[in-house]
Design a protein around this ligand. Structure first.
Ligand SMILES: O=CC(=O)O
Length: 332
């Protein structure tokens, strides 16, 4: 009987031994495609027939584009599992996969620490307004003239966390070490143990009482532009916004307007609506901290993520099931 095939979409950068060890169970194949069109053609010509599981990376989006209805329809009928190497799986349309009986996994927990670290870095950087003087220094102007505005301490400030998953909960602990008071809003209220005692508030209360608002929720059809002009209007003047989740949970144009009007004092962003493009109004504003989507960009975290994702591929090949499945498919 022909060996099952496992498809790699993107690169393994660290966990080479673990990936290569999968050759005991399956034929490991890659795509020759360099564009979505070529990938769809490759599928339709049957060159990926026999693939039962695909390991995909965030960056493989550049080749295949979205795993949407069109792409899912083109996949070989043998393909029953997609293992996405990332916490956020908005590049994979789960509804389309479910309809075809394809199960999807992501990489939770392994990302929490590194992402919450960047989140805290952005909170501190945006509160202190460091970007202005960091630019001045590199221009040979020391702190710059006029002097940059004085920053703000995290101590005693209210941090509102929208989305209290693994990253939100990790951030809560870190922010408390800096003396911040943490409140949160989530689809559902967490147990006292999970929330660690953070106060659960309504969405509007979160908007109205946070000194710093942190976006830590997944991007999906319900959360796209969850923060836009009406929401900015409900926030305190001088609020700081931080986003390490996905750019499109904020309406970037509305954020730029709120920054320009001074209603939002500063922001710290790791993610953008149309990566790698960034709204020119953000780039032009020296007061905002911008990081090019590097929340999980550490040797330790990238390695742990690859190992987790390979673990899911191995579980499919060994046991015919994933170690973890995305919440939308919990009943599948
Ligand atoms: O953005 C990073 C991730 O989703 O893991």
């Amino acid at each position: 009987m022909a060996k099952a095939k496992a498809l790699l979409l993107g690169q393994i950068e660290h966990a080479h031994d673990s990936w290569n060890a999968l050759a005991d169970y399956a034929e490991l194949v890659t795509t020759k495609a360099r564009s979505r069109e070529e990938f769809i053609k490759e599928c339709k010509e049957g060159r990926l027939d026999g693939v039962i599981v695909a390991y995909r990376t965030f960056d493989s989006f550049a080749t295949t584009g979205l795993f949407d209805q069109e792409l899912v329809d083109a996949l070989p009928s043998s393909l029953k599992f997609i293992c996405h190497n990332g916490a956020g799986y908005d590049q994979v349309k789960v509804d389309a996969c479910t309809a075809r009986g394809i199960r999807v996994s992501n990489v939770p927990t392994a990302v929490d620490d590194a992402t919450a670290d960047v989140n805290m870095f952005l909170i501190l950087g945006a509160l202190r307004g460091f970007n202005v003087s960091m630019i001045a220094l590199r221009e040979g102007k020391w702190r710059g003239q006029p002097l940059p505005p004085l920053g703000h301490d995290p101590e005693g400030k209210t941090l509102g966390i929208l989305g209290m998953g693994g990253i939100g909960r990790n951030l809560k602990r870190k922010a408390e070490a800096f003396g911040m008071k943490v409140i949160y809003h989530n689809r559902s209220r967490l147990s006292e143990e999970l929330s660690g005692g953070a106060e659960y508030v309504s969405f509007d209360e979160l908007l109205g009482t946070s000194d710093v608002l942190s976006l830590n929720l997944p991007l999906n059809k319900n959360t796209r532009h969850i923060i836009s002009t009406p929401e900015f209007k409900k926030m305190k003047k001088g609020v700081v916004i931080v986003n390490t989740a996905r750019g499109a949970v904020i309406d970037e144009g509305a954020l730029v307007e709120a920054l320009d009007s001074g209603h939002v004092w500063s922001c710290g962003l790791d993610v953008y609506e149309n990566e790698p493009e960034i709204h020119p109004g953000l780039v032009a504003n020296p007061h905002v901290m911008l990081v090019p989507h590097m929340g999980t960009y550490t040797v330790e975290t990238q390695t742990a993520m690859e190992e987790w994702n390979i673990g899911n591929v191995r579980a499919v090949l060994e046991k015919g099931k994933l170690n973890n499945i995305v919440p939308e498919q919990a009943d599948m």
